[in-house]
Design a binder for this molecule. Structure first.
Ligand code: MV4
Length: 450
C-alpha cells in the first residue's frame, strides 16, 4: 500500500480523499494556491505545499509545481479528484515518468475516452448501443448526406468536447452548413482542433450513467446507475440512485454489457459510462468519464462501499472484493449540489460565509470544505457543499432531503438551497416525471437547453 498520497485538488473532494487516506493509514500531502491558505484541505492534510497564485492555470493546473511538490514531500501516488488534471492523459503520463502512481485509469484509456468520436466507435464495436451518427466529418457534403440519412434534428459535437461543451443542435438542412462552420471554429478556439461529428438529436432525453470500477487483475464491476437529468447549463443540480426509469432486468443486462466492454479494453480504477434515454426508454452510450465524479456519494449510499478507498486500493494493486458483475443495492439516495450563486442570475457569488450550519440525523451526509468565517474565492467552481440523503425508498429520501435543506444554514452568500427546496416540493419531481427541460420551470433564464 502507498505510504503517502498527494491530493492534486481543493475543496470538498480534496477533503474526501483525505478522509479515505486517514482511514487507510496513508499520510497525505495537500497542495494549495495562495487563495486557499486557510482551506480545510490544508489544515487536515499531514503536509501542505503552496503551488502558486490563485488562478487555476497557475496552481491546480500547473503540472510542474504539482510534480515538484510530490517529489519534495516523497509522495508515492497522486489522487487528482475531479476537474483540474483528473482527465489529463498528459498529467497521467508525467506521473508515470516521475515514478508516481496516478490514481486513475492508464494514460491510453484517458486519451481514448477523451476523444469522443473514438470512444463512440470503440464502445459500438464492443457491443454497446450508440446513437446513429457519423465519424469525424471530412466535408460539407458528407455532413449533408449523414444528416439526411439519420433525419433531422441532428447534433454536431466536438470530438475533443464532452460534458456539453462544443455542442450544437441542427433542426433543418438550411442550418447545417452554417452550424458546421461555427461548430468547427468553436472547436478550434476551445480545444485546438476542428474535429466534429454528427449524432441523432434526442429532444427530451434523460441522462443515466453507470458507475464502474476496475482492478489490475482484469476485473470490472458496475455499481448501478445514477439519474442525472436535472441539469442547468450542463451543470448537474440533483443526482439520484437508482433511476426510476430502469427496472432490475435492464440494469443487469446493460450493466453486464458495460462490464464486458470495459474488461475488453482493460479499464482500471473508477469511471462513469453515460447514456441518454429517449422517449421510448431506449438507452444509448454517450461518453465515458475516466475520473471519480462529484455525484459518487449517491452510489456509496446505495452500495455501502467507499469508492475513494477502492480507487486507492485498486491503484495499489489490490483485487476488487466483489463476485460477479455487481453488488447489492439498498434503498434510494439523492444528492443536491449546493452552489454559491446569485438566485436571479445564477452567476457564482463569492465572498465570506458568515454563518454555517449543516443538517445531520439519520441518513444525512454533507460533503463540504466550507465553515463559518471561511471565504469562497472567486477563482474556482461555485460548488460549496453536497447534501446527500439515503432512505428506504425514493419517497423517504425526498422527505429527508426536504427537511435537511430546511435545516441547512449558509449566511453571507446566496446559494442554490431555495431552488432545491422548490424542486423537492414539485409534484412532477416527486412522481419521477422529468426530462432535460424540467429545470426551465425553475430557472427560465438558465435552462441551458441547446
Ligand atoms: C445530447 C443531447 C441530445 N442528443 N446528445 C449534455 C451533456 C453531455 N453529456 C451531452 N448532452 C446532451 N447530448 C444528443 N445526441 C442532449 C444533451 C443535453 C442533456 C443531456 C442530459 C441531461 C441534460 C442535458 C441538457 C442539455 C443537453
Amino acid at each position: 500500500m502507498f505510504e503517502k498520497i498527494l491530493i492534486a485538488n481543493r475543496g470538498e473532494i480534496a477533503l474526501r480523499v483525505i478522509c479515505a487516506c486517514k482511514e487507510l493509514g496513508i499520510r497525505t500531502v495537500a497542495v494549495y494556491s495562495e487563495a486557499d491558505r486557510y482551506s480545510l484541505h490544508v489544515r487536515f492534510a499531514d503536509e501542505a505545499v503552496c503551488i502558486g497564485p490563485p488562478r487555476s492555470s497557475d496552481s491546480y493546473l500547473n503540472v510542474a509545481s504539482i510534480i515538484s511538490a510530490a517529489e519534495i514531500t516523497g509522495a508515492d501516488a497522486i489522487h487528482p479528484g475531479y476537474g483540474f488534471l483528473a482527465e489529463s492523459a498528459h498529467f497521467a503520463d508525467v506521473c508515470e515518468t516521475s515514478k508516481l502512481t496516478f490514481i486513475g485509469p492508464t494514460p491510453d484509456v484517458i486519451r481514448l475516452m477523451g476523444d469522443k468520436d473514438r470512444a463512440r466507435k470503440t464502445m459500438a464495436e464492443l457491443g454497446l448501443p450508440v446513437l446513429p451518427g457519423s465519424g469525424i466529418l471530412a466535408s460539407e457534403e458528407e455532413a449533408r448526406e449523414v444528416a439526411a440519412s439519420i433525419g433531422y434534428p441532428v447534433m454536431i459535437k466536438a470530438a475533443a468536447g464532452g460534458g456539453g461543451r462544443g455542442m450544437r443542435v441542427v433542426r433543418t438542412e438550411d442550418e447545417l452548413v452554417g452550424a458546421l462552420q461555427t461548430a468547427q471554429n468553436e472547436a478550434v478556439a476551445s480545444f485546438g482542433t476542428p474535429d466534429v461529428y454528427l449524432e441523432k438529436y434526442i429532444t427530451s432525453p434523460r441522462h443515466i450513467e453507470f458507475q464502474v470500477l476496475g482492478d489490475h487483475q482484469g476485473k470490472v464491476v458496475h455499481l448501478g446507475e445514477r439519474e442525472c437529468t436535472i441539469q442547468r447549463r450542463h451543470q448537474k443540480l440533483i443526482e439520484e440512485s437508482p433511476s426510476t426509469q430502469l427496472d432490475a432486468d435492464t440494469r443487469s443486462s446493460l450493466g453486464g454489457q458495460v462490464v464486458r466492454a470495459l474488461e475488453k479494453i482493460g479499464y482500471t480504477n473508477a469511471g462513469t459510462v453515460e447514456f441518454l434515454m429517449d422517449e421510448g426508454r431506449k438507452l444509448y452510450f454517450l461518453e465515458m468519464n475516466t475520473r471519480i465524479q462529484v455525484e459518487h456519494p449517491v452510489t456509496e449510499m446505495v452500495t455501502g462501499l467507499d469508492l475513494v478507498k477502492l480507487q486507492i486500493q485498486v491503484a495499489a494493486g489490490e483485487s476488487l472484493p466483489v463476485q460477479g458483475d455487481t453488488v447489492g443495492l439498498r434503498g434510494h439516495a439523492i444528492e443536491c449540489r449546493i452552489c454559491a450563486e446569485n438566485p436571479e442570475t445564477f452567476a457564482p457569488s463569492a465572498g465570506k460565509v458568515t454563518d454555517f450550519h449543516v443538517p445531520g440525523g439519520t441518513g444525512v451526509r454533507v460533503d463540504t470544505a466550507a465553515y463559518a468565517e471561511s471565504v469562497i474565492p472567486p477563482f474556482y467552481d461555485s460548488l460549496i457543499a453536497k447534501l446527500i440523503v439515503h432512505g428506504k425508498d425514493r419517497e423517504e429520501a425526498i422527505s429527508r432531503m426536504a427537511r435537511a435543506l430546511e435545516m441547512f444554514i449558509v449566511g453571507g452568500i446566496s446559494t442554490s438551497i431555495p431552488i432545491h427546496e422548490k424542486i423537492m416540493a414539485d409534484p412532477d419531481f416527486r412522481a419521477g416525471k422529468f426530462d432535460t427541460s424540467f429545470i426551465a420551470r425553475f430557472a427560465p433564464n438558465g435552462a441551458g437547453i441547446p
